[in-house]
Design a protein around this ligand. Structure first.
Ligand SMILES: [Zn+2]
Length: 259
């Protein structure tokens, strides 16, 4: 009980708000809280970045049509206009979905009384696969399927709608069209081909994965300078195949004619 009253230096309960929100600038935080407020400020939804219990069950989603998505994108400040949406296939957001950079969508009911629910995903930054993914969420009216508000971890410095939110919306539309929201859909293959979050793995761990294809164990890939030099015949053979390899600049000349 005492924990419920734990309030931090900026007057926000640490049991209700994520560290992400607490660390936003005062202006960005105010914008964020506004996105979760409804009925003229009388009611407030919980912080989606603090919520547990998200479901992987599109059959729970409200009916979200492309019209709902279209008007939300057009009305929000940012890059989306009638013209850019007419050419939606050239948008980054479309490319993210098509190339599998958008994770499967998760759903949160908030609670049975709430008129709104949340949908969220993770979008992997292309070309920077090891970076933390962006985490967009949208708040959707359960009855009407209209998008009420949206946020992404990349937009803390500005209020504009980013490509990651648009990617989440495009993926919602793609999932709906693929029949994922239908109660009878048991095997939806749409989500099977997204990029997993990547983290570096030492070679000795990765070795297990490709052991079956190796004839010998990999002892090390660290350049210690202590490894025995290959014999001169092997070096000649290597140089014949790849004479410009950087490796040959790092060893003493091994053929008389090079001196
Ligand atoms: Zn974003």
């Amino acid at each position: 009980m005492a924990d419920d009253n734990k309030v931090n230096r900026i007057g926000m309960k640490t049991t209700e708000w994520s560290v992400y929100v607490i660390n936003l600038s005062p202006e960005a935080r105010e914008r964020y809280v506004t996105k979760l407020t409804y009925q003229e400020g009388d009611c407030r939804l919980p912080d989606p970045y603090f919520l547990d219990g998200w479901l992987d069950d599109p059959s729970q989603w409200p009916d979200i049509s492309f019209t709902d998505i279209y008007f939300f994108l057009i009305d929000a400040p940012g890059q989306f206009t009638h013209d850019s949406l007419r050419a939606y296939k050239s948008l980054k957001a479309y490319e993210y979905v098509k190339s599998g950079y958008v994770h499967p969508i998760r759903y949160h009911n908030v609670d049975d009384k709430s008129p709104f629910c949340f949908l969220k995903t993770k979008v992997i930054p292309p070309q920077r696969l090891r970076e933390k993914p962006h985490q967009p969420w949208i708040c959707v009216s359960k009855k009407q399927g209209t998008v009420y508000s949206a946020h992404c971890t990349c937009m803390s410095k500005q209020g504009d709608l980013c490509s990651h939110i648009a990617a989440l919306l495009f993926k919602v539309d793609a999932d709906v069209r693929a029949g994922a929201t239908s109660k009878s859909c048991e095997t939806c293959t749409w989500d099977a081909s997204y990029h997993e979050e990547l983290s570096p793995t030492p070679i000795y761990k990765a070795q297990k994965l490709f052991n079956s294809r190796l004839k010998e164990d990999v002892q090390t890939v660290s350049a210690t300078g202590k490894a025995k030099m290959a014999d001169i015949e092997t070096l000649r053979a290597l140089k014949a195949v790849c004479p410009d390899a950087v490796f040959f600049c790092t060893i003493p000349p091994f053929d008389d004619e090079e001196n």
